[in-house]
Design a protein around this ligand. Structure first.
Ligand code: SAM
Ligand code: SF4
Length: 332
């Protein structure tokens, strides 16, 4: 059974946000103060998430990514990792984190069955890190990455948000850092998902500009033919054979036609697109009845959400309406 939408795209990839809370405050995601988080009783329990995943797996979902807010601030998160890793049919489990708490939790997460990590890191410069995240935690993130490498996580990737007139000095140093550690750096074009309405097309540092910087600063890049055409990143390798980089060019090269993702928010809403306006209330169903008939109702709700999926976001059109939820409340 597969989740095929009306444009023929099949969906096997589920991103699960486990909290909207975060221990840092990246300006392109959260305001500095006054964030209104979901009340705790609105957040799905681990048992509710596990039940949802078990049902989604019967519809062909195979890949899971745990995200947030910051997933590592959710109490006992390794317990959820353990539950999800044990579900038959789950072939791939990954987690996206800002890395601040990762060092202290890495062994526990590894022991629970996690292997794939994306660590969010925009800069290697302490002052710029403070400017972007409004916290002085760069050292902790760098230390966490070393700890995760030593434990044996792999692949570890780095996510950097490419904001124009800001991230230019970091593009080449981040790639060098990745080359030295066999870590792929993924540059994500700044998307209109910030909570303060700061996004503007002129503030997006686009893939082509970054490629030019990398080739000027390090050396020629060669595109790696798509191993998985549905993966969001376009990947390049340096022609000297050392290291690779990826670009998630949602703005300059939207990849909606290949999208295979659905998203569950921490308060239990199912979204068929990062930019979706409408959502399906899964929490109400999860907190209603139990049993096979109730599970079938949830299955039907997932199918319905995928069926109503639009052809793609319209960032590049005047019709574009930013979604009511900012990034920290969706999960990326
Ligand atoms: N807190 C974790 C983290 O930062 O990795 C996980 C959640 S965060 C919302 C997921 C990813 O979204 C981050 O890795 C960051 O790169 C990306 N992100 C956040 N705001 C963004 C924006 N406005 N445009 C593009 N990417 C963004
Ligand atoms: Fe927190 Fe991640 Fe948003 Fe940064 S991008 S504020 S780390 S949720």
């Amino acid at each position: 059974m597969t989740l095929v939408d009306s444009f023929g795209r099949s969906h096997d990839n589920l991103r699960i946000s486990v909290t909207d809370r975060c221990n840092i405050r990246c300006f392109y995601c959260m305001p500095e103060a006054g964030v209104k988080f979901q009340p705790r009783d609105q957040i799905l329990s681990f048992e509710e998430i596990e039940r949802f995943v078990r049902i989604a797996v019967t519809l062909g979902v195979r890949k899971l990514r745990i995200t947030g807010g910051e997933p590592l601030v959710r109490k006992d998160i390794a317990e959820l990792v353990r539950k999800l890793a044990a579900i038959e049919g789950v072939e791939d489990l990954a987690l996206t984190t800002n890395g601040v708490l990762l060092g202290a939790m890495a062994q526990e997460l590894y022991d629970a069955g996690l292997r794939r990590l994306n660590v969010h890191l925009d800069t290697l410069d302490r002052e710029r890190f403070k400017q972007i995240t409004r916290r002085d935690d760069l050292e902790k993130v760098l230390e966490s990455i070393e700890i995760a490498r030593r434990i044996g996580f792999g692949p570890i990737k780095i996510n950097a948000v490419a904001v124009k007139n800001l991230l230019e000095p970091d593009i080449v140093p981040l790639a060098r850092y990745g080359r030295e550690r066999d870590i792929e750096v993924r540059y994500i074009e700044f998307m209109p998902l910030d909570s303060q309405g700061l996004w503007d097309r002129d503030r997006v540092l686009v893939q082509d500009q970054m490629i030019a910087m990398l080739e000027g600063g390090i050396g020629p890049l060669e595109e790696i033919p798509d191993r998985d055409p549905r993966a969001p990143a376009t990947e390049y390798k340096f022609t000297d054979g050392i290291g690779r980089v990826g670009f998630i060019a949602s703005v300059s090269r939207p990849f909606c036609l290949n999208c295979n993702r659905i998203r569950l928010t921490s308060d239990g809403k199912l979204r068929y697109c990062l930019f979706a306006i409408e959502e399906t209330d899964i929490r109400a169903l999860l907190r209603g009845a139990c049993g096979e008939a109730a599970d079938e109702e949830i299955r039907e709700a997932i199918r319905g959400s995928v069926q109503s999926k639009w052809i793609g976001h319209e960032i590049n059109s005047t019709r574009f309406v930013p979604p009511p939820r900012p990034m920290y409340s969706i999960g990326g």
